[in-house]
Structure formats: structure tokens, C-alpha cells
Write a protein that binds this ligand. Structure first.
Ligand code: FES
Ligand code: FES
Length: 160
């Protein structure tokens, strides 16, 4: 108990006050303590981006982030994107363009693309490819993922 610390954070709009171990990752906190298993454990070493989450508007790797460092932060995970009735536009574009196959990389891809579109609502194809360059996908060949990102950008701009 000595090496645990109380932190308070907001995840997908809900406030949580929890104890975290000094060496516990943000990924473990989300998956094992909060039950948010949409964020995936791929490599655990910063090499695949399957564990991407948004912290204070920036995409970060939850496997390389300490849970304690989320104290006071605003966190968004894949579970926080859709509403009860509607997919987030990035999710809808993945469905429309066939951007997911096995789906293991998909939460990290969608979170990363959301972070990109929040920063840059009208990215070029090259900018999309650059932004997701760390997100590994072993199934799709990336083309349909890039198509989905560009489609999501287009549909989000239309709404604004
Ligand atoms: S699980 Fe975090 S980068 Fe692979
Ligand atoms: S859809 Fe299978 S790893 Fe990307």
C-alpha cells in the first residue's frame, strides 16, 4: 500500500479517484482498474501504438505513460468516442471504407486519427500517413485506413 498513490482524473467525461502503484502504467490503470479494455496491449514497449489514448488533447502511448502521471488529466479512450446512438465520424468512416480487418490496431488507429483531425481538420494524404506512421497494422495495408481518415475529415468539416 505504501507505494500506492491516490490520483484523480477524468476519463471519457467521468471523474475517478483511484489508487495507483508507482510502477503501474496508464494502460494497466485503464484496462485493469477501470475496465476500459478497448485500449489494446500490443507490444508494451512503444512500438505499435495499439495502446494510444488522448490525454489533454494529445495522443499518447498508454503503455509508456505512468498511471500516476494521469493525475489531474482529461483522458479520452476509444470507449469515449461514440454516443449511445451514433458512432464518432472516424469510427463511421472506418466502417464505410473497410478500415478494420482483425481490429486489433483499430482503437489505437481511430484515437490517433481523432487526435490528428482535432489538430488539423483538413490533412493531406501524406499528413495522414505521417501522423499514423507509428501505428502498426498487420492486416489492411494501410490504404483503407488512410481513406477512412480522409473521409472522416471530409464529413467532420461538412458538419462544422
Ligand atoms: S502497446 Fe503501447 S506502443 Fe505497443
Ligand atoms: S486490422 Fe488487423 S492489425 Fe490492423
Amino acid at each position: 500500500m505504501n507505494n500506492k498513490r491516490a490520483i484523480a482524473l477524468t476519463v471519457n467525461g467521468d471523474r475517478h479517484e483511484i489508487l495507483v502503484a508507482a510502477n503501474q502504467t496508464a494502460l494497466s490503470l485503464l484496462r485493469n482498474q477501470l475496465g476500459l479494455t478497448g485500449t489494446k496491449y500490443g507490444c508494451g514497449t512503444g512500438d505499435c501504438c495499439a495502446c494510444s489514448i488522448i490525454v489533454n488533447s494529445k495522443a499518447v502511448l498508454s503503455c509508456l505513460t505512468l498511471g500516476a502521471d494521469l493525475d489531474g488529466c482529461d483522458v479520452t479512450t476509444i470507449e469515449g468516442l461514440a454516443t449511445a446512438n451514433e458512432l464518432h465520424p472516424v469510427q463511421a468512416a472506418f466502417v464505410q471504407k473497410g478500415g478494420a480487418q482483425c481490429g486489433f490496431c483499430t482503437p489505437g488507429m481511430i484515437i490517433t486519427i481523432k487526435a490528428l483531425l482535432d489538430e488539423n481538420p483538413d490533412p493531406s494524404e501524406d499528413e495522414v500517413r505521417q501522423y499514423i506512421r507509428g501505428n502498426l497494422c498487420r492486416c489492411t495495408g494501410y490504404t483503407k485506413i488512410v481513406d477512412a481518415a480522409l473521409e472522416a475529415a471530409r464529413s467532420m468539416r461538412e458538419v462544422e
